[in-house]
Design a protein around this ligand. Structure first.
Ligand code: SF4
Length: 426
């Protein structure tokens, strides 16, 4: 199978290749970005997003890893992994490049991987090939003796960065001033904060401290239901699309889902609108899933009559509405696995996952809805060079790039995560 990275390199070297990419610079080593004077998300889907100041920076990767070819890095990773044995576990998110995934002990979505980390109590080090908030969640859920390592500290998440603790706290103060802080006659609080898993540990802790909860894309409706039982309305961050798609499917009218723009007083809303609100949606989005359009779906249907279109709920509402189904990465994977007859699937999620599904299920025709190859900028920052480096550092007795959530934050974040685990369908 040809990996997404190989295809991008081919496009870059031939000028045409077998397709188009949104950024030919994806073919370069991501370490070139570490050397830039100002941080950036880098080429890929998030390249147009504004990166916050104070974003973690990755120091320069030693030259031996920058200059090693694919085969040498592969060999060094395998050798270091063999030396470390059960002392280390490598986790790989579905959206990671194939050249990293082939070394992973577990592959899954952020929550599956956090649980995999939790289950490996014997591992001293958890090397998390994903993005920053995922490594934080793994640190929260594992013991203090275990270290969680993010191979490239610049692997953040542009969506998670769209809601920071200061802006959310400021929003909360305005909402408290508007609604008060007392429950209604049924004991429901004026507003319950709900954060998507794709958020900083500080925001998960914020929810834990204010009667709120975390959700994933698999359980968002169960979690919203939990929140509606306890609150008159919900403040949902950072992903407006997951919030809107989920609440709409639960029957919440669009006019009762105002958008909160953190740069405007009252989020840019009239007080009356906020009083009527059932779900206040934070102005955040995923630039990978924002690329999918209704037009792409129409084109897929025209070219492949009978195609089954499945998109992720981080896609904009018109796209979810036009698709046949929407669901988390786990849902998409299971839907393809469950198809008994050769079928055609058009999938609206990150290209690395779609390409692996296509290779894994050759009896089906599986393609990404977006014809332009545009992987997640930050997932892409994890290159085998960084993986080889962190593993060899561990072999040498050092612990590089450790992600540590302070215990005070972790304790409150755990409360919000545990509420999620305890939430059951109504
Ligand atoms: S795919 Fe979107 S939500 Fe996931 S890490 Fe990339 S930017 Fe963040």
């Amino acid at each position: 199978m040809t990996s997404v990275d190989s295809t991008i390199r081919l496009i870059r070297s031939t000028g045409t290749g077998t397709g188009a990419t949104c950024a030919p610079e994806l073919a370069d080593g991501p370490w070139q970005l570490d050397a830039l004077p100002t941080p950036s998300y880098g080429p890929g889907a998030s390249m147009g997003d504004v990166i916050p100041t104070g974003t973690p920076r990755q120091g320069q990767l030693p030259a031996e890893y920058r200059t090693a070819d694919e085969a040498e890095l592969d060999h060094r990773i395998r050798a270091a992994k063999a030396t470390l044995g059960d002392r280390v576990v490598i986790l790989g998110h579905f959206y990671q490049r194939d050249e990293v995934i082939e070394h992973a002990d577990f592959v899954g979505d952020s929550f599956q991987l956090a649980n995999a980390a939790k289950a490996r109590t014997d591992a001293e080090a958890i090397v998390f090939c994903g993005v920053h908030f995922m490594a934080e969640t793994a640190d929260i859920l594992t013991s203090s003796e275990q270290s969680v390592i993010l191979p490239n500290l610049a692997a953040g998440c542009s969506m998670a960065d769209m809601a920071d603790i200061d802006s959310v706290s400021e929003c909360w103060e305005q909402l408290e001033a508007l609604y008060g802080t007392e429950p209604d006659a049924d004991g429901r609080m004026p507003v319950i904060p709900v954060t998507y898993m794709n958020s900083s540990a500080a925001l998960k802790a914020f929810c834990g401290e204010r009667g709120g909860i975390v959700c994933t894309s698999s359980n968002a409706s169960v979690v919203l239901d939990w929140a509606f039982q306890r609150g008159q309305r919900v403040l949902f961050f950072p992903d407006q699309h997951l919030g809107r798609n989920t609440a709409k499917a639960m029957g919440v009218p669009l006019e009762r889902m105002p958008l909160w723009n953190p740069r405007k007083p009252l989020g840019g809303n009239a007080a009356d609108t906020l009083h009527d609100a059932q779900v206040i949606l934070w102005h955040g989005f995923c630039s990978v899933h924002k690329r999918f359009t209704v037009q792409q779906i129409e084109q897929a249907r025209a070219e492949y009559p009978g195609v089954r279109v499945i998109v992720h709920p981080e896609c904009p509402m018109p796209v979810v509405d036009a698709a046949d189904e929407s669901g988390s990465t786990d849902y998409i994977k299971k839907a393809v696995a469950a198809a008994t007859e050769p079928s055609t699937f058009a999938i609206g999620t990150e290209i690395n996952m779609v390409s692996r599904l296509a290779a894994e299920y050759p009896q089906h025709t599986i393609f990404c809805l977006d014809p332009v190859i545009c992987p997640c900028s930050t997932m892409y920052r994890i290159h085998p060079g960084y993986l080889a480096w962190v593993l060899e550092e561990l072999v040498a007795g050092r612990t590089p790039n450790q992600i540590t959530v302070p215990e005070t934050v972790a304790a409150s974040a755990r409360v919000a995560l545990e509420r999620m685990l305890a939430a059951k369908p109504a």
